[in-house]
Design a protein around this ligand. Structure first.
Ligand SMILES: Cc1cc2nc3c(=O)[nH]c(=O)nc-3n(C[C@H](O)[C@H](O)[C@H](O)COP(=O)(O)OP(=O)(O)OC[C@H]3O[C@@H](n4cnc5c(N)ncnc54)[C@H](O)[C@@H]3O)c2cc1C
Length: 346
């Protein structure tokens, strides 16, 4: 076989879903890759991720679609309920729930041997690129992105007053994804590796520190008069759940600068209620790799931004709007009537 020496060097900062997928999607015969991650042991942390069609197509393009599918849990029904448990909508979705650890393991397994991996916190991305002789910096470093804030000063993440909690729910296998919508909060259960997984979002002040025990107490108080199922789950979860404040990426006009491009949450971190962030990160990675192969490292950032930037920004805004609609108090009767009408007409 002909040996082609890669003549361009891409520095990927962040080894989460977006960064691993980019490093896996780039052709090692054409591009040399250095992947830098601050905390590799954290990349697989979390519970399950909803995998939509776009994310699954991206996984196929990377060559790990079958592997991820074999470790995922399909949902044969998706139910939407109001806070009391009354059904609003019932559909048969084409949706998988993939353990994040399995997704990360599959992407890690797809990395070419030639990828150089470094473990460190990057504070000055351009200085590191110069030091390594890289032609392009890919900012795949999540919502707090140092790459974004370095290239576009004043783009700190938006701190919301929403808290997300999630965990596994050991028990018999769950085949249905259920979401409860009510004033000031939403709750969900999905299929998962231990039987089911649960998540919820609730308003919880604006402080930057977040004590998991306080967050759980807040959620237990908030959902106390909801459907008994939500109360039972929160009573059973103990203190092992994963708690985080919901941070959003700020509005950006572009995700590209000379020699630098943002992908995934660094570019468009959105509230998690649409279950799309990791899917978009995968689609970004595959699109960027294709642009690098087609246009080289010089042309790729702006070509990528033209193709993907607007979509990410629209989804970021839509997710926040969707969260407001799902958790409205005063407009809930109108919303529920609309959801039911859509269900009847569909
Ligand atoms: C509660 C919750 C539920 C969700 N559910 C879903 C779902 O069902 N479906 C879905 O598609 N998405 C979901 N998401 C969103 C999804 O988790 C994210 O969109 C996705 O992980 C983004 O991937 P990323 O690689 O861009 O960022 P991250 O996964 O955040 O990865 C960024 C990586 O960069 C590293 N890093 C950061 N800064 C530096 C630095 N300066 N130097 C070196 N390394 C650095 C970090 O350690 C991290 O590993 C959910 C999110 C939450 C919070």
């Amino acid at each position: 076989m002909e040996t082609v020496r890669p003549h361009e060097h891409v520095l990927v900062i962040g080894g989460g879903v977006a960064g691993l997928a980019t490093a896996a999607a780039l052709d090692p015969r054409r591009v040399r890759v250095t992947l830098v991650e601050e905390r590799p042991e954290r990349a697989g942390a979390g519970t399950v991720l909803a995998m939509w069609r776009g994310g699954r197509v991206a996984l196929d393009a990377i060559g790990v679609g079958e592997r991820v599918r074999s470790t995922s849990f399909p949902a044969d029904r998706a139910l939407l309920r109001d806070a009391t448990g009354r059904g609003l909508h019932d559909i048969a979705p084409s949706l998988w729930f993939t353990p994040r650890s399995e997704l990360v393991a599959a992407l890690e397994g797809a990395l070419p041997d030639s990828v150089t991996r470094l473990t460190r916190l990057v504070t000055d991305p351009r200085a590191l690129a110069t030091q390594l002789g890289a032609d392009l910096v890919v900012g795949a470093d999540g919502v707090r992105s140092a790459v974004r804030q370095h290239a576009w000063p004043g783009t700190a993440p938006v701190i919301t007053d929403w808290i997300a909690l999630r965990g596994h729910l050991p028990g018999p296998p769950e085949h249905t994804a259920t979401e409860w919508w009510g004033p000031g909060g939403l709750f969900g259960t999905t299929p998962g590796p231990q039987g089911a997984a649960w998540f919820c979002a609730v308003r919880g002040g604006r402080g930057t520190t977040l004590d998991p025990a306080d967050a759980l107490a807040l959620a237990r108080g908030h959902f106390a008069d909801w459907d008994p199922r939500t109360r039972e789950i929160l009573a059973a979860v103990g203190e092992q759940g994963d708690t985080q404040r919901i941070l959003l990426a700020p509005r950006l006009r572009t995700s590209a600068d000379d020699g630098l491009v943002l992908i995934g949450d660094a570019a468009h971190a959105m509230s998690p209620n649409l279950g799309r962030g990791a899917n978009e990160a995968l689609e970004d990675a595959v699109a960027l790799a294709a642009m690098i192969h087609r246009h080289g490292t010089k042309g790729a950032p702006h070509a990528f931004s033209r193709r993907r930037h607007l979509r990410g920004q629209v989804l970021r805004v839509a997710a926040s709007a969707g969260l407001r609609v799902a958790t409205t108090g005063h407009a809930a009767p109108a919303r529920d009537a609309l959801v039911r009408a859509v269900a009847i007409l569909a």
